[in-house]
Design a protein around this ligand. Sequence first.
Ligand code: ZN
Length: 189
Amino acid sequence: MESTGHRSLAKEELPMGILWGVDPPEGDLDPEIGVLAVKPGWNVLARVLGPLTGVLTHWHSGFTRVCHGAETCPFHDSPLRWRGYMPIQCHGYNWKGPKQGSHLAVLMVLPTAAKAAKTLRVGDCFTVTRASSNKRSAQVIVRSEQAAQAKLPECFDVKPYVLKATRDFLPPVGPGLTFEEPPEDRLDH
Ligand SMILES: [Zn+2]
């Protein structure tokens, strides 16, 4: 006797229109992860988790702002500055400053260290310092030959954290960005 409830379907009987392989919802950003801007005097030992992502930015009203292009960017009168962002695991620091243990962070790469950062590969260990105690001093990245013992954490997307750190908005789903008027306090300074 045929059991209609549990028989397997022939290929041509499979229901159409089901979206298989949908990613789980992304959820909130991890509050433990943020953009790490290495200050003079710090010596950050880190491991590369993923690629370096470069963005054009402006320094405006005391913050790094992502440039949206000449057509719509409200900060475009300020000079353009390149900034790189790289997902890392770092030791002895988190994105806020010195902190014991290992942490995930988005390393902000300054142009002076971009060339060195680009030669790094996933899993590589490196140190990040500043050339002097001057807050405008060059950022220095040096690959470390030290072999990491612990398992490499999973990579994560730096973009939502960059937008959060630059006080930007998350783009809506779909092609193109819709642009919002910046709040007045952004324009006061
Ligand atoms: Zn701009």
